[in-house]
Design a protein around this ligand. Structure first.
Ligand code: SIN
Length: 283
């Protein structure tokens, strides 16, 4: 299949696009991968259906988009350390990713994005909501845009994955997330970035990993971060994706946030996630 045959249809919502009628593991042409990478930067998240590939082929496909970043904290799929498991068993109460976030923003070079492949889905529920950080930025007032453009923010992994973090306080997330002593990452990033693929401006803070604006206290920062959370997740900025086994969402961490809905008690949900290395980000 050549690049000219790729059918990319914007989702009927605030973010994302569906890539229709392709099997990712039969794509071969570098031009197709370049087209998909550009579409990812433009739309923020790409959705695919019916991609029931083996773990080996999943790793091969991911590598066509860039080097793999092995997550420090998530459980790894047996035999495939490149593939993180996002899993909830019937006896679990908490799910992974239940707060608005973008992955790895605490790293000095945040990950490009993640490819999440659904292996087992509950009979109903378990959707993921994505939010558009281009739309969130563009729809702010000129005054607030100007204020935010002058700011940087501190992102950290400590209060989430560390010994005193929210994972450690959960009743059962420790079953699936480990290595609290590795949660030592703190990074400062511009609050408004120029996206490295699309060239568009995007809001780059997130409610989970951003702890404060640089030079501000956490107490001073919390109201503005809270305001931006409400603004960025307004209905016109979001799209809710319903999973089936074999569905893929490939999101760009620099252009979107996501949140996994925990509404399927007593059922299993198993997703395989590969995260890709990003490039340095700047204002
Ligand atoms: C994640 O936050 O990486 C997981 C999202 C999901 O399970 O839908």
């Amino acid at each position: 299949m050549s690049a000219t045959n790729l059918r990319i249809r914007p989702a009927e919502g605030g973010v994302g696009a569906f890539v229709e009628a392709i099997e990712l593991d039969s794509l071969d042409d570098d031009a197709d991968f370049a087209t998909l990478r550009q579409a990812l930067g433009n739309h923020g998240v790409l959705f695919f259906r019916n991609q029931n590939m083996t773990p080996e082929r999943f790793i091969d496909v991911a590598r066509r988009f860039g080097p793999i970043n092995v997550n420090r904290f998530f459980a790894r799929t047996e035999g495939y350390p490149e593939i993180a498991e996002v899993r909830k068993e019937p006896h679990h109460t908490d799910n992974i990713g239940s707060r608005w976030h973008t992955d790895h923003s605490y790293d000095a070079v945040p990950a490009l994005g993640s490819i999440l492949l659904a292996r087992e889905t509950p009979s109903q529920g378990g959707d993921t909501i994505f939010a558009n950080m281009y739309g969130a930025y563009n729809s702010l007032s000129d005054g607030l845009k100007k204020t935010l453009q002058a700011l940087s923010a501190v992102h950290s992994s400590r209060h989430v994955f560390g010994r005193e973090g929210s994972v450690a306080r959960s009743t059962d997330l420790q079953d699936r997330i480990a290595n609290p002593d590795d949660a030592t990452q703190d990074s400062v990033h511009p609050v408004v970035i120029r996206h490295p693929i699309s060239g568009k401006k995007a809001l780059f803070i997130n409610p989970q990993f951003t702890v404060r604006f640089d030079g501000w206290t956490e107490a001073e920062s919390a109201p503005l971060i809270g305001y931006l959370e409400g603004h960025a997740t307004r209905p016109e900025h979001v799209y809710r994706f319903n999973w089936q086994p074999g569905s893929i969402a490939f999101w760009d961490n620099r252009a979107t946030w996501h949140l996994a809905i925990n509404d399927y008690p007593g059922e299993r949900r198993l997703m395989h996630r590969i995260t890709l290395e990003g490039e340095p980000i700047a204002a």
